[in-house]
Design a protein around this ligand. Sequence first.
Ligand code: APR
Length: 248
Amino acid sequence: MELPADLRTRLEGLRSLGVITGAGISAESGIPTYRGIGGIYADRARGAEIVESLSGPTLQTDPERTWRAIADLAQHAGPAQPNAGHRALVEIESKLDRFVLLTQNVDGLHGAAGSENVIPVHGSIHVARCDHCGHEATIDPATTTASPACMRCGAPMRPGVVLFGEMLPHDVVRRMDREFAVNPPEALLVVGTSALFPYIAGPVLEARRHGRLTIEVNPGRTDLSDVVEYHLEGGAGTYLPLIAQALR
Ligand code: APR
């Protein structure tokens, strides 16, 4: 497998890069995606049940259902380790003057691999947060099946992830705006996402509109596949190491 020669040439001179990842980059770590081949939503009934369990209203009315759904996802993820795609992004970050990684994944594998400038737009299943006093605690999501009590104020804590129907945290939105809109990187690489959310597709469309280099790595096709300049049809573990090698 090779990169197109003209893309390799353009990557040689690159000094800044924005990356957006979704569940697909963790597929090669054994974590099922939500959509596409083998996705957990493929079983429509199970998918609907998961979405309802992982929604803000359910957390309000039946928090244990939400915590159990997260524990179930965490048990599926199990002892997943970063894969070649995660590791290639760490190498890419080390080679560039500026690198920012926006991930929708809550599995923590980018941080585990060593990526530094990461915006976890949907939070992390390894964190519980107290909306009463703001305290955050690290938890084992696979065994947390009810609201843990806040160590600081005693109030019941909530999962540290953005649930369906909830707004993105203000600080995350501000950081995304700063990194991808106010002062956008030279190029955008989107990996392993169906790009259904506007805040995910938006930066790619904007980059394309302004003539900045846009690359998608995905074995399937998405709404972005006809928008980006380069659609590399294959897995993250295959193409991201090639992109890392092409950088100087
Ligand atoms: N390498 C790269 N991409 C892959 C790989 C792989 N090895 N395997 C699958 N993919 C692609 C699929 O083709 C699909 O386009 O990864 C994408 C995964 O899409 P989704 O399952 O929809 O995941 P994602 O885009 O991250 O979902 C966004 O939706 O359910 C919510 O909050 C959840 O963060 C999630 C959000």
